[in-house]
Ligand binder design. Structure first.
Ligand code: ISJ
Length: 376
């Protein structure tokens, strides 16, 4: 680069402030004609037709501030997004500055929660831990997103400017690569692909296949998974007709993880129900919260505190009702000054869960984003 040029020269001016990359179709947007911190207001604006499209993120807690906007400029594509060469060439370099909590403390929390499940206080709860990352050079959220899209076999990735949520979120950006489709509506077709029940993958092909087979055969993981499918069946039942739910989950994978997944399909009962309405009806599922929902939510708030946008939903919905929302996992929230970030990972706990396995599982889940920021 010639000296004297602005360091940002070459940076695509079309860099979006929201994007969702999916193999089945993507969307990126810039600007905001309107913004919503209450998802119910956004849902109403879509249904009334006063707003044509809503994009952004909603928090884990339904009453937490959302970062939703009606975007100004919208580009839709049929396939996944191809990150610009400018961002692909950037290497993020960060390191873990703090474990929140330490792996040992997370193990102790997990053991306490499993004891609660065994005592009959609840059936399942998802506990998460976080790490604070410190950057060697300012982090460019688009570079992290490009790395996540490029390392996802299905080119999954998302980026959301959290500023519309206000307060401490001003200037922060959420970036991730979620394998979990919370809900999608296309025309009258409604689809979900819940994941629950996980095992870390292995670099050794034989060990990797064995880990997948063991997950498929695991009664503990089947029960963890069933809570999610049952919850979706209950919440979607009144909103859909012809709900098709396979009897058994199948094996699915990311670069780091094996998961049990179930492809659920149905037809929308009332065409006025938008993808955002569906999202608000099913969220939070026991894939990120637990069963019963309120007991799990209370336990999570007491142990972890405020999850913010982690374990929420990220996506888009249009006034015609179409849209797609992913579960906000495998993500990192980048500070407004770009000097640091926080990444989270959680896992479901049932009566048969083992604390050491759970620590290993969250460690493996964290690697998705740690690799993308050069901290793995
Ligand atoms: C909570 C996370 O993942 C969720 C929990 C899973 C599990 O408990 O097996 C699997 C996939 C996700 O639904 C996360 O990645 O942070």
């Amino acid at each position: 680069m010639a000296s004297g040029l602005h360091p940002d020269v070459g940076r695509p001016v079309t860099a979006p402030d929201f994007l969702l990359s999916r193999a089945t179709g993507s969307l990126r947007t810039q600007g905001a004609l309107a913004s919503f911190t209450d998802p119910a207001d956004a849902a109403l604006a879509l249904r009334s037709g006063s707003c044509g499209l809503v994009v952004g993120a909603i928090g884990f807690e339904p009453d937490a501030p959302a970062a939703l906007v009606e975007p100004d400029v919208v580009v839709r594509t049929d396939g996944p997004l191809e990150p610009p060469a400018y961002f692909r060439a950037m290497r993020t370099r960060a390191h873990i500055a703090e474990e929140m909590p330490t792996a040992a403390e997370h193990r102790a929390r997990v053991a306490t929660a499993i004891a609660g499940v065994r005592a009959g206080e609840l059936d399942k709860v998802v506990l998460a831990r976080a790490v604070r990352l410190a950057a060697e050079e300012p982090i460019d959220p688009h570079a992290v997103c490009a790395a996540l899209i490029d390392s996802s076999p299905s080119a999954d990735g998302y980026l959301v400017d959290l500023s519309p949520a206000g307060g401490r979120y001003s200037g922060r950006v959420l970036v991730g690569s979620s394998p979990e489709l919370l809900v999608r509506r296309r025309g009258d077709l409604v689809e979900c692909h819940p994941l629950a029940g996980s095992a870390p993958r292995s670099a050794d092909p034989a060990a990797d296949q064995a880990a997948g087979r063991a997950l498929r055969a695991s009664g503990k993981d089947a029960s963890e998974h069933a809570f999610v499918v049952d919850s979706l069946a209950r919440s979607l039942g009144p909103l859909c007709t012809d709900l098709e739910i396979p009897e058994h989950p199948s094996l699915t994978s990311t670069r780091e993880m094996w998961h049990l997944g179930t492809r659920i399909r149905g037809r929308i009962a009332d065409p006025r129900t938008t993808a955002l309405d569906l999202t608000l009806a099913v969220h939070p599922t026991p894939a990120v919260c637990g069963t019963p929902t309120d007991a799990a939510r209370r336990l999570i708030a007491g142990i972890e505190g405020d999850r913010g946008f982690y374990a929420g939903a990220v996506g888009w919905s249009d006034a015609g009702g179409d849209g797609e929302w992913m579960v906000t996992i495998r993500c990192v929230e980048i500070d407004a000054d770009r000097a640091g970030a926080v990444a989270w990972a959680g896992g479901g706990l049932v009566a048969d869960s083992q604390p050491d396995d759970e620590v290993a599982e969250t460690g493996a889940k964290l690697r998705t984003v740690l690799r993308a920021v050069g901290a793995a």
